[in-house]
Design a protein around this ligand. Structure first.
Ligand SMILES: Nc1ccn([C@@H]2O[C@H](COP(=O)(O)OP(=O)(O)OP(=O)(O)O)[C@@H](O)[C@H]2O)c(=O)n1
Ligand SMILES: C[C@](O)(CO)[C@H](O)COP(=O)(O)O
Length: 231
């Protein structure tokens, strides 16, 4: 639920990947799902949250698909993506004035099913605690470590799948990402940079259907989830 006390919130959407694991003819964020691209779905989810005042899209410098989307005619800011997701996010952060937008959400273009109420739940809990955090869902399967055979069974207790959005104070995230990248830290999400910098990261339980479209089968699963919702 929107709270009038909330500060202006900026959102970054990393959308500069090539989707290699999807093995599609075009970057996966431009694949169609129920008549819209994944990118358009993901942006619409952010736009359904009134507290999100502005969105910055990180697009590949050679992106030739964006122009054909409905977003090309919107006032959404576009910035150049980088070699890896963390670079794309850091590039976008350079355009966000932390005095105007003290908090920033980062949400993958590849996660088109996030529910606006889960985004608001993340914002509510983080602002109440004055700590950054992430949407996450608990691991439900038995976890194994190994390659060709099992090396060990890993306790699933306290194990979570990190999702997006991830929500942090803008200035803190800028500094942590910059320092972590410079230190050569493996930054696969914003939280790992914040953890490395010593900040607390809240885990806010989100729905497990907030999947990242990564491999071909994920698109059919996303369509199934959308059909379930429409019923
Ligand atoms: N240099 C990059 C790499 C990824 N992303 C974005 O980060 C999100 C999550 O990354 P991932 O699922 O790994 O997407 P890709 O990198 O495109 O996929 P792959 O690893 O299969 O190539 C996606 O929305 C992707 O567009 C980005 O903005 N800039
Ligand atoms: C940020 C993320 O969605 C958290 O699960 C995920 O790490 C992004 O995907 P990638 O394959 O790690 O780039």
């Amino acid at each position: 639920m929107q709270n009038p006390e909330w500060p202006a919130i900026a959102a970054i959407m990393p959308a500069a990947g090539i989707g290699s694991r999807m093995q599609a003819a075009l970057p996966k964020q431009y694949l169609q799902l129920h008549g819209k691209t994944l990118l358009e779905h993901s942006v619409a989810r952010l736009q359904a949250v009134p507290a999100v005042s502005a969105i910055w899209l990180a697009l590949a410098p050679d992106d030739s698909y964006f122009a054909a989307t409905a977003l090309a005619h919107s006032d959404i800011q576009r910035v150049k993506g980088g070699a890896e997701r963390m670079h794309s996010v850091l590039n976008a952060l350079q355009f966000i004035d932390e005095h105007h937008y003290p908090w920033v959400l980062v949400h993958d273009a590849a996660r088109p099913l996030v529910r606006p109420d889960d985004i608001e739940k993340l914002i509510t809990q983080c602002l109440a605690a004055n700590e950054g955090g992430i949407l996450a869902c608990r691991v439900r399967d038995t976890m194994k470590r190994g390659e060709l055979c099992v090396a060990e069974t890993v306790s699933r207790e306290h194990l979570w799948h990190a999702l997006t959005p991830q929500f942090f104070p803008t200035a803190m995230l800028k500094a942590a990402l910059k320092d972590a990248i410079q230190a050569g830290v493996a930054v696969t999400d914003e939280a790992s940079a914040m953890e490395w910098a010593g900040h607390k990261v809240l885990l806010v339980e989100g729905r497990s259907d907030n999947i990242k479209i990564t491999q071909p089968a994920d698109l059919a699963l996303a369509a199934f989830y959308l059909e379930q919702l429409a019923q």
